[in-house]
Design a protein around this ligand. Sequence first.
Ligand code: GLN
Length: 488
Amino acid sequence: MFRFHTIKDYHASLAAGETSCIQAVDFFLDQINQHQHLNSFLEVFSEEAKLRAVQLDKERAQGKPIGKLHGVVVGIKDVLCYHGHKVSAASKILENYTAVYSATAVQKLLDEGAIIIGRQNCDEFAMGSSNENSAYGPVKNALDTARVPGGSSGGSAVAIQANLCMISLGSDTGGSVRQPADFCGVVGLKPSYGRISRYGLIAYASSFDQIGIFSHSVLDAALVLEVIAGVDEFDSTVSSAPVPEYVNAIEDSSKIIANQLTDEPKRVAYFKETLSHPGLDPEIKKQTEDYLASLVAKGYTVEAIDFSLLSYLVPTYYVLTTAEASSNLSRFDGIKFGHRTQDPIEDLTHLYKKSRTEGFGAEVQRRILLGTFVLSAGYFDAYFTKAQQVRQQLVDLTKDLFGKYDLLVSPTVPSTAFTLGEKRHSATEIFLADIYTVYANLVGIPAISIPLFTHPNGMPFGLQVMSASFNETQLLQAAAAMMDTKNS
Ligand code: GLN
Protein backbone atom coordinates (compact mmCIF):
# COMPACT_ATOMS: atom_id res chain seq x y z
CA MET A 1 0.00 0.00 0.00
CA PHE A 2 1.15 3.54 -0.70
CA ARG A 3 2.35 5.46 2.36
CA PHE A 4 3.29 9.09 2.55
CA HIS A 5 5.79 10.40 5.08
CA THR A 6 7.73 13.31 3.56
CA ILE A 7 8.32 14.55 0.02
CA LYS A 8 11.97 13.58 0.37
CA ASP A 9 11.07 9.97 1.25
CA TYR A 10 8.50 9.87 -1.53
CA HIS A 11 11.11 11.02 -4.04
CA ALA A 12 13.53 8.38 -2.75
CA SER A 13 10.87 5.69 -3.22
CA LEU A 14 10.15 6.94 -6.73
CA ALA A 15 13.85 6.86 -7.57
CA ALA A 16 14.14 3.33 -6.19
CA GLY A 17 11.16 2.23 -8.29
CA GLU A 18 9.22 1.24 -5.18
CA THR A 19 6.28 3.45 -6.02
CA SER A 20 4.94 5.68 -8.80
CA CYS A 21 3.05 8.94 -9.16
CA ILE A 22 -0.03 7.09 -10.39
CA GLN A 23 0.06 4.86 -7.33
CA ALA A 24 0.16 7.99 -5.18
CA VAL A 25 -2.74 9.61 -7.04
CA ASP A 26 -4.84 6.44 -6.91
CA PHE A 27 -4.19 6.18 -3.19
CA PHE A 28 -5.27 9.76 -2.49
CA LEU A 29 -8.32 9.52 -4.77
CA ASP A 30 -9.38 6.49 -2.81
CA GLN A 31 -8.77 8.29 0.47
CA ILE A 32 -10.83 11.29 -0.68
CA ASN A 33 -13.59 8.95 -1.72
CA GLN A 34 -13.63 7.21 1.65
CA HIS A 35 -13.72 10.52 3.53
CA GLN A 36 -16.44 12.34 1.64
CA HIS A 37 -18.37 12.85 4.87
CA LEU A 38 -15.66 15.33 5.98
CA ASN A 39 -16.62 17.65 3.06
CA SER A 40 -12.99 18.66 2.66
CA PHE A 41 -12.97 18.84 -1.16
CA LEU A 42 -15.48 20.80 -3.21
CA GLU A 43 -14.24 19.26 -6.43
CA VAL A 44 -11.76 16.52 -7.27
CA PHE A 45 -9.86 16.66 -10.53
CA SER A 46 -9.61 12.84 -10.74
CA GLU A 47 -9.11 12.20 -14.43
CA GLU A 48 -6.65 14.97 -15.08
CA ALA A 49 -4.66 14.12 -11.92
CA LYS A 50 -4.35 10.54 -13.13
CA LEU A 51 -3.30 11.61 -16.62
CA ARG A 52 -0.67 13.92 -15.22
CA ALA A 53 0.66 11.22 -12.90
CA VAL A 54 1.03 8.80 -15.80
CA GLN A 55 2.80 11.49 -17.81
CA LEU A 56 5.20 12.26 -14.93
CA ASP A 57 5.96 8.56 -14.47
CA LYS A 58 6.74 8.31 -18.17
CA GLU A 59 9.06 11.31 -18.10
CA ARG A 60 10.91 9.95 -15.07
CA ALA A 61 11.31 6.55 -16.76
CA GLN A 62 12.81 8.34 -19.78
CA GLY A 63 15.40 9.88 -17.50
CA LYS A 64 14.13 13.43 -17.93
CA PRO A 65 15.11 15.85 -15.11
CA ILE A 66 12.46 15.98 -12.41
CA GLY A 67 11.07 19.06 -10.70
CA LYS A 68 11.41 19.84 -6.99
CA LEU A 69 7.77 18.83 -6.49
CA HIS A 70 7.68 16.00 -8.99
CA GLY A 71 4.51 13.99 -8.44
CA VAL A 72 3.64 15.82 -5.22
CA VAL A 73 -0.13 15.63 -4.76
CA VAL A 74 -1.51 19.03 -3.75
CA GLY A 75 -4.97 20.33 -2.86
CA ILE A 76 -5.77 24.02 -3.19
CA LYS A 77 -8.17 26.15 -1.18
CA ASP A 78 -11.12 27.37 -3.22
CA VAL A 79 -9.77 30.93 -3.33
CA LEU A 80 -6.81 30.11 -5.58
CA CYS A 81 -7.26 30.39 -9.32
CA TYR A 82 -6.31 27.44 -11.48
CA HIS A 83 -6.76 28.11 -15.18
CA GLY A 84 -9.80 26.37 -16.67
CA HIS A 85 -11.05 25.15 -13.29
CA LYS A 86 -13.87 26.41 -11.15
CA VAL A 87 -13.03 28.71 -8.25
CA SER A 88 -15.91 29.89 -6.06
CA ALA A 89 -14.46 31.23 -2.78
CA ALA A 90 -17.03 28.82 -1.27
CA SER A 91 -19.67 31.37 -2.25
CA LYS A 92 -22.90 31.19 -4.23
CA ILE A 93 -21.92 34.39 -5.95
CA LEU A 94 -19.10 32.61 -7.84
CA GLU A 95 -20.81 29.23 -8.07
CA ASN A 96 -20.17 28.66 -11.75
CA TYR A 97 -17.13 30.81 -12.21
CA THR A 98 -14.14 29.33 -14.07
CA ALA A 99 -10.68 30.80 -13.54
CA VAL A 100 -9.28 32.53 -16.60
CA TYR A 101 -5.68 32.30 -15.39
CA SER A 102 -3.67 30.47 -12.73
CA ALA A 103 -2.42 32.03 -9.53
CA THR A 104 1.35 32.48 -9.62
CA ALA A 105 1.74 30.11 -6.67
CA VAL A 106 -0.31 27.44 -8.45
CA GLN A 107 1.66 27.90 -11.67
CA LYS A 108 4.94 27.58 -9.77
CA LEU A 109 3.74 24.30 -8.23
CA LEU A 110 2.85 22.97 -11.67
CA ASP A 111 6.17 24.11 -13.14
CA GLU A 112 7.96 21.96 -10.55
CA GLY A 113 5.91 18.87 -11.33
CA ALA A 114 3.14 18.99 -8.71
CA ILE A 115 -0.22 17.32 -9.34
CA ILE A 116 -3.26 19.38 -8.31
CA ILE A 117 -5.88 16.93 -7.09
CA GLY A 118 -8.76 19.27 -6.32
CA ARG A 119 -10.12 22.38 -4.71
CA GLN A 120 -10.85 22.51 -1.04
CA ASN A 121 -13.78 23.80 0.97
CA CYS A 122 -13.36 26.92 3.14
CA ASP A 123 -15.30 29.73 4.76
CA GLU A 124 -16.94 31.98 2.19
CA PHE A 125 -14.35 34.48 0.92
CA ALA A 126 -12.02 33.19 3.67
CA MET A 127 -14.11 34.88 6.36
CA GLY A 128 -14.46 32.71 9.43
CA SER A 129 -12.77 30.52 12.01
CA SER A 130 -14.81 27.32 11.83
CA ASN A 131 -15.58 26.60 8.18
CA GLU A 132 -19.28 26.92 9.00
CA ASN A 133 -19.58 29.91 6.65
CA SER A 134 -19.14 27.91 3.45
CA ALA A 135 -22.07 28.04 1.03
CA TYR A 136 -21.35 24.35 0.40
CA GLY A 137 -21.70 23.06 3.95
CA PRO A 138 -19.31 22.82 6.87
CA VAL A 139 -16.13 20.75 6.95
CA LYS A 140 -15.79 18.23 9.77
CA ASN A 141 -12.74 17.64 11.93
CA ALA A 142 -11.47 14.14 11.07
CA LEU A 143 -10.51 13.37 14.68
CA ASP A 144 -14.00 14.06 15.95
CA THR A 145 -16.65 14.79 13.35
CA ALA A 146 -18.81 16.62 15.89
CA ARG A 147 -16.11 19.30 15.97
CA VAL A 148 -15.11 22.02 13.54
CA PRO A 149 -11.76 21.90 11.75
CA GLY A 150 -11.19 25.63 12.24
CA GLY A 151 -11.20 28.14 9.43
CA SER A 152 -11.16 29.63 7.09
CA SER A 153 -8.95 27.03 5.35
CA GLY A 154 -10.73 24.13 7.09
CA GLY A 155 -10.92 21.84 4.06
CA SER A 156 -7.20 22.29 3.40
CA ALA A 157 -6.27 21.44 7.00
CA VAL A 158 -8.51 18.37 7.13
CA ALA A 159 -7.08 17.15 3.82
CA ILE A 160 -3.67 16.88 5.52
CA GLN A 161 -5.10 15.62 8.81
CA ALA A 162 -7.02 12.78 7.09
CA ASN A 163 -4.22 12.06 4.59
CA LEU A 164 -6.20 13.08 1.50
CA CYS A 165 -3.21 14.74 -0.22
CA MET A 166 0.44 15.51 0.56
CA ILE A 167 0.29 19.31 0.70
CA SER A 168 -2.51 21.88 0.82
CA LEU A 169 -2.30 25.54 -0.06
CA GLY A 170 -4.52 27.84 1.97
CA SER A 171 -4.67 31.56 2.62
CA ASP A 172 -4.10 33.38 5.89
CA THR A 173 -5.46 36.88 6.49
CA GLY A 174 -5.78 36.66 10.26
CA GLY A 175 -4.95 33.06 11.09
CA SER A 176 -6.78 31.00 8.49
CA VAL A 177 -3.87 28.63 8.00
CA ARG A 178 -2.48 28.47 11.54
CA GLN A 179 -5.80 28.20 13.39
CA PRO A 180 -7.16 25.19 11.44
CA ALA A 181 -3.66 23.64 11.52
CA ASP A 182 -3.88 23.92 15.33
CA PHE A 183 -7.38 22.38 15.47
CA CYS A 184 -6.38 19.51 13.17
CA GLY A 185 -2.90 18.74 14.50
CA VAL A 186 -0.89 19.56 11.37
CA VAL A 187 1.79 22.09 10.39
CA GLY A 188 0.48 25.45 9.12
CA LEU A 189 2.82 28.14 7.79
CA LYS A 190 1.99 31.76 7.01
CA PRO A 191 5.02 33.41 5.43
CA SER A 192 5.88 37.13 5.67
CA TYR A 193 3.58 39.52 3.88
CA GLY A 194 5.06 39.88 0.39
CA ARG A 195 6.97 36.59 0.41
CA ILE A 196 4.54 34.84 -1.98
CA SER A 197 2.74 36.52 -4.85
CA ARG A 198 -0.98 37.06 -4.25
CA TYR A 199 -1.71 37.13 -7.98
CA GLY A 200 -4.65 34.80 -8.54
CA LEU A 201 -5.62 34.65 -4.86
CA ILE A 202 -9.17 35.95 -4.49
CA ALA A 203 -8.73 38.99 -2.26
CA TYR A 204 -10.27 39.36 1.18
CA ALA A 205 -8.09 42.08 2.78
CA SER A 206 -5.19 42.83 0.48
CA SER A 207 -2.75 44.28 3.01
CA PHE A 208 -3.17 41.16 5.20
CA ASP A 209 -3.70 38.26 2.78
CA GLN A 210 -0.92 35.76 2.30
CA ILE A 211 -0.89 32.28 0.81
CA GLY A 212 0.05 29.63 3.37
CA ILE A 213 1.06 25.98 3.42
CA PHE A 214 -0.31 22.91 5.26
CA SER A 215 1.90 19.87 5.62
CA HIS A 216 2.83 17.01 7.93
CA SER A 217 6.39 18.24 8.40
CA VAL A 218 8.24 21.54 8.59
CA LEU A 219 10.65 20.29 5.94
CA ASP A 220 7.85 19.81 3.40
CA ALA A 221 6.47 23.28 4.15
CA ALA A 222 9.97 24.70 3.63
CA LEU A 223 10.33 22.96 0.27
CA VAL A 224 6.97 24.20 -0.99
CA LEU A 225 7.73 27.72 0.24
CA GLU A 226 11.03 27.64 -1.65
CA VAL A 227 9.10 26.84 -4.83
CA ILE A 228 6.21 29.29 -4.56
CA ALA A 229 7.94 32.32 -2.97
CA GLY A 230 9.59 35.13 -4.84
CA VAL A 231 9.22 38.06 -7.13
CA ASP A 232 6.33 38.27 -9.57
CA GLU A 233 5.63 40.99 -12.09
CA PHE A 234 1.88 40.53 -11.51
CA ASP A 235 1.96 41.51 -7.81
CA SER A 236 3.62 44.80 -6.94
CA THR A 237 3.47 44.02 -3.20
CA VAL A 238 5.59 40.90 -3.47
CA SER A 239 9.20 41.28 -2.39
CA SER A 240 12.10 40.99 -4.80
CA ALA A 241 14.34 39.70 -1.99
CA PRO A 242 15.96 36.47 -3.17
CA VAL A 243 14.37 33.27 -1.87
CA PRO A 244 16.76 31.47 0.50
CA GLU A 245 17.36 27.72 0.28
CA TYR A 246 15.14 26.91 3.25
CA VAL A 247 15.49 23.14 2.96
CA ASN A 248 19.30 23.24 3.00
CA ALA A 249 19.23 25.65 5.92
CA ILE A 250 17.05 23.27 7.96
CA GLU A 251 19.10 20.23 7.05
CA ASP A 252 22.35 22.02 7.89
CA SER A 253 21.05 23.20 11.24
CA SER A 254 19.81 19.73 12.19
CA LYS A 255 23.26 18.32 11.35
CA ILE A 256 24.79 20.89 13.66
CA ILE A 257 22.42 19.92 16.46
CA ALA A 258 23.08 16.21 15.91
CA ASN A 259 26.81 16.82 16.21
CA GLN A 260 26.25 18.69 19.43
CA LEU A 261 27.79 21.80 17.93
CA THR A 262 24.72 23.65 19.08
CA ASP A 263 24.47 27.01 17.44
CA GLU A 264 23.75 30.20 19.40
CA PRO A 265 21.04 29.61 21.99
CA LYS A 266 17.82 31.09 20.66
CA ARG A 267 16.38 34.14 22.38
CA VAL A 268 12.66 33.53 22.78
CA ALA A 269 10.06 36.03 23.95
CA TYR A 270 6.40 35.66 24.76
CA PHE A 271 3.82 38.27 25.62
CA LYS A 272 2.83 37.91 29.28
CA GLU A 273 -0.76 38.85 28.47
CA THR A 274 -1.17 35.97 26.02
CA LEU A 275 -0.71 33.41 28.79
CA SER A 276 -2.73 35.28 31.41
CA HIS A 277 -5.73 35.90 29.12
CA PRO A 278 -8.97 34.77 30.80
CA GLY A 279 -10.18 33.14 27.57
CA LEU A 280 -7.20 30.77 27.47
CA ASP A 281 -7.95 27.12 28.25
CA PRO A 282 -6.02 26.26 31.47
CA GLU A 283 -4.65 23.04 29.99
CA ILE A 284 -3.26 24.88 26.93
CA LYS A 285 -1.72 27.42 29.28
CA LYS A 286 -0.12 24.73 31.41
CA GLN A 287 1.32 22.67 28.58
CA THR A 288 2.64 25.81 26.86
CA GLU A 289 4.32 26.98 30.06
CA ASP A 290 5.84 23.55 30.63
CA TYR A 291 7.12 23.57 27.10
CA LEU A 292 8.73 26.98 27.53
CA ALA A 293 10.44 25.69 30.67
CA SER A 294 11.79 22.75 28.66
CA LEU A 295 13.25 25.20 26.13
CA VAL A 296 15.13 26.91 28.95
CA ALA A 297 16.52 23.54 29.98
CA LYS A 298 17.82 23.15 26.42
CA GLY A 299 19.75 26.40 26.57
CA TYR A 300 17.26 28.81 25.03
CA THR A 301 16.57 32.04 26.87
CA VAL A 302 12.85 32.57 27.36
CA GLU A 303 11.55 35.92 28.56
CA ALA A 304 8.08 37.24 29.29
CA ILE A 305 7.52 40.75 28.00
CA ASP A 306 4.71 43.21 28.63
CA PHE A 307 2.29 43.79 25.83
CA SER A 308 -0.46 46.22 26.66
CA LEU A 309 -2.04 46.13 23.19
CA LEU A 310 -3.38 42.56 23.21
CA SER A 311 -7.01 43.62 23.61
CA TYR A 312 -6.68 45.98 20.64
CA LEU A 313 -5.56 43.33 18.19
CA VAL A 314 -8.87 41.75 17.25
CA PRO A 315 -10.79 45.06 16.98
CA THR A 316 -7.99 46.59 14.89
CA TYR A 317 -7.93 43.55 12.66
CA TYR A 318 -11.70 43.59 12.12
CA VAL A 319 -11.89 47.32 11.39
CA LEU A 320 -9.11 47.19 8.81
CA THR A 321 -9.95 43.87 7.16
CA THR A 322 -13.66 44.62 6.81
CA ALA A 323 -12.80 48.01 5.30
CA GLU A 324 -10.57 46.34 2.74
CA ALA A 325 -13.13 43.59 2.15
CA SER A 326 -15.94 46.05 1.47
CA SER A 327 -13.82 47.53 -1.28
CA ASN A 328 -12.45 44.24 -2.67
CA LEU A 329 -15.86 42.58 -2.80
CA SER A 330 -17.53 45.45 -4.61
CA ARG A 331 -16.45 43.83 -7.90
CA PHE A 332 -19.00 41.06 -7.38
CA ASP A 333 -22.02 42.85 -8.75
CA GLY A 334 -23.67 40.31 -11.05
CA ILE A 335 -22.79 42.30 -14.15
CA LYS A 336 -19.54 40.99 -15.61
CA PHE A 337 -19.36 37.60 -13.90
CA GLY A 338 -20.79 35.65 -11.02
CA HIS A 339 -24.36 35.27 -9.84
CA ARG A 340 -27.03 37.52 -11.30
CA THR A 341 -30.57 37.53 -9.97
CA GLN A 342 -33.25 35.99 -12.14
CA ASP A 343 -35.92 38.25 -10.65
CA PRO A 344 -37.51 41.02 -12.70
CA ILE A 345 -35.36 44.12 -12.30
CA GLU A 346 -36.45 47.73 -11.84
CA ASP A 347 -33.12 49.46 -12.34
CA LEU A 348 -29.36 48.97 -12.04
CA THR A 349 -29.21 49.58 -8.29
CA HIS A 350 -31.96 47.03 -7.78
CA LEU A 351 -30.00 44.52 -9.88
CA TYR A 352 -26.85 45.03 -7.78
CA LYS A 353 -28.74 44.78 -4.52
CA LYS A 354 -30.72 41.70 -5.46
CA SER A 355 -27.74 39.84 -6.96
CA ARG A 356 -25.49 40.60 -4.01
CA THR A 357 -28.16 39.78 -1.43
CA GLU A 358 -28.79 36.43 -3.07
CA GLY A 359 -25.11 35.67 -3.75
CA PHE A 360 -23.38 36.55 -0.47
CA GLY A 361 -23.87 34.66 2.79
CA ALA A 362 -24.65 36.28 6.14
CA GLU A 363 -21.09 36.63 7.43
CA VAL A 364 -19.81 38.17 4.21
CA GLN A 365 -22.73 40.62 4.19
CA ARG A 366 -22.02 41.54 7.81
CA ARG A 367 -18.41 42.31 6.99
CA ILE A 368 -19.21 44.34 3.88
CA LEU A 369 -21.63 46.42 5.96
CA LEU A 370 -19.17 46.85 8.81
CA GLY A 371 -16.37 47.77 6.42
CA THR A 372 -18.53 50.27 4.58
CA PHE A 373 -19.52 51.79 7.91
CA VAL A 374 -15.96 52.27 9.19
CA LEU A 375 -14.98 53.88 5.89
CA SER A 376 -17.94 56.24 5.72
CA ALA A 377 -17.49 59.99 6.17
CA GLY A 378 -18.02 60.87 9.81
CA TYR A 379 -16.77 57.51 11.10
CA PHE A 380 -13.57 57.18 9.10
CA ASP A 381 -11.34 58.92 11.65
CA ALA A 382 -12.96 57.31 14.66
CA TYR A 383 -12.43 53.79 13.36
CA PHE A 384 -10.27 53.41 10.26
CA THR A 385 -7.66 56.06 11.07
CA LYS A 386 -7.42 54.92 14.67
CA ALA A 387 -6.97 51.31 13.64
CA GLN A 388 -4.22 52.34 11.21
CA GLN A 389 -2.48 54.13 14.07
CA VAL A 390 -2.63 51.02 16.25
CA ARG A 391 -1.24 49.00 13.36
CA GLN A 392 1.69 51.40 13.01
CA GLN A 393 2.41 51.19 16.75
CA LEU A 394 2.43 47.42 16.48
CA VAL A 395 4.85 47.54 13.55
CA ASP A 396 7.23 49.79 15.51
CA LEU A 397 7.03 47.64 18.61
CA THR A 398 7.68 44.49 16.55
CA LYS A 399 10.81 45.98 14.99
CA ASP A 400 12.13 46.70 18.47
CA LEU A 401 11.20 43.26 19.72
CA PHE A 402 13.10 41.40 17.03
CA GLY A 403 16.15 43.53 17.72
CA LYS A 404 16.33 41.76 21.06
CA TYR A 405 14.79 38.34 20.39
CA ASP A 406 14.94 35.72 17.64
CA LEU A 407 11.53 34.21 18.16
CA LEU A 408 8.16 35.15 19.61
CA VAL A 409 5.91 32.30 20.76
CA SER A 410 2.32 31.88 21.93
CA PRO A 411 -0.44 29.32 21.84
CA THR A 412 -1.93 29.35 18.34
CA VAL A 413 -5.55 29.41 19.58
CA PRO A 414 -6.95 29.81 23.13
CA SER A 415 -9.09 26.64 22.88
CA THR A 416 -9.12 23.32 21.07
CA ALA A 417 -11.59 22.68 18.24
CA PHE A 418 -15.12 23.51 19.38
CA THR A 419 -18.24 21.64 18.33
CA LEU A 420 -20.19 22.43 15.18
CA GLY A 421 -22.86 25.01 15.85
CA GLU A 422 -21.48 25.84 19.30
CA LYS A 423 -20.46 29.42 18.45
CA ARG A 424 -22.61 29.93 15.44
CA HIS A 425 -24.62 32.77 16.86
CA SER A 426 -21.91 34.71 18.60
CA ALA A 427 -19.67 36.59 16.21
CA THR A 428 -17.64 38.08 19.05
CA GLU A 429 -17.08 34.73 20.71
CA ILE A 430 -15.82 33.28 17.47
CA PHE A 431 -13.54 36.29 16.96
CA LEU A 432 -11.72 35.20 20.15
CA ALA A 433 -10.29 32.27 18.18
CA ASP A 434 -8.19 34.84 16.29
CA ILE A 435 -6.69 36.57 19.32
CA TYR A 436 -3.19 35.13 18.96
CA THR A 437 -2.97 34.85 15.19
CA VAL A 438 -4.00 38.28 13.86
CA TYR A 439 -0.88 39.95 15.24
CA ALA A 440 1.40 38.35 12.61
CA ASN A 441 -0.89 39.60 9.82
CA LEU A 442 -1.18 43.09 11.28
CA VAL A 443 2.61 43.47 11.25
CA GLY A 444 3.41 41.19 8.29
CA ILE A 445 5.77 38.77 10.07
CA PRO A 446 5.99 35.04 9.30
CA ALA A 447 4.33 32.60 11.71
CA ILE A 448 3.92 28.86 11.95
CA SER A 449 1.73 26.58 14.02
CA ILE A 450 3.37 23.28 14.92
CA PRO A 451 1.37 20.40 16.42
CA LEU A 452 3.25 19.76 19.65
CA PHE A 453 0.49 19.05 22.15
CA THR A 454 -2.54 16.92 22.96
CA HIS A 455 -5.29 18.12 25.27
CA PRO A 456 -6.81 15.67 27.79
CA ASN A 457 -10.02 16.02 25.72
CA GLY A 458 -8.16 14.13 22.99
CA MET A 459 -7.80 17.05 20.60
CA PRO A 460 -4.46 18.36 19.33
CA PHE A 461 -3.20 21.90 19.71
CA GLY A 462 -0.17 23.77 18.54
CA LEU A 463 2.52 26.22 19.44
CA GLN A 464 2.72 29.35 17.34
CA VAL A 465 6.25 30.50 16.54
CA MET A 466 6.96 33.86 14.90
CA SER A 467 10.13 35.56 13.70
CA ALA A 468 11.22 38.86 12.21
CA SER A 469 9.88 39.74 8.78
CA PHE A 470 11.56 37.75 5.99
CA ASN A 471 13.44 35.60 8.48
CA GLU A 472 11.63 32.41 7.47
CA THR A 473 14.97 30.60 7.57
CA GLN A 474 15.33 31.04 11.30
CA LEU A 475 11.63 30.38 11.88
CA LEU A 476 11.69 27.11 9.95
CA GLN A 477 14.94 25.96 11.55
CA ALA A 478 13.52 26.53 15.01
CA ALA A 479 10.17 24.91 14.17
CA ALA A 480 11.90 21.87 12.64
CA ALA A 481 14.09 21.47 15.73
CA MET A 482 11.03 21.73 18.01
CA MET A 483 9.16 19.09 15.99
CA ASP A 484 12.22 16.85 16.04
CA THR A 485 12.53 16.90 19.77
CA LYS A 486 8.81 16.17 20.03
CA ASN A 487 9.19 13.11 17.82
CA SER A 488 12.35 11.80 19.46
N1 GLN B 1 -10.78 34.01 11.37
C1 GLN B 1 -10.34 35.22 10.76
C2 GLN B 1 -11.49 35.91 10.08
O1 GLN B 1 -12.56 35.43 10.19
C3 GLN B 1 -9.22 34.94 9.82
C4 GLN B 1 -9.61 34.70 8.42
C5 GLN B 1 -8.46 34.48 7.50
O2 GLN B 1 -7.30 34.43 7.92
N2 GLN B 1 -8.78 34.44 6.22
O3 GLN B 1 -11.35 36.92 9.48
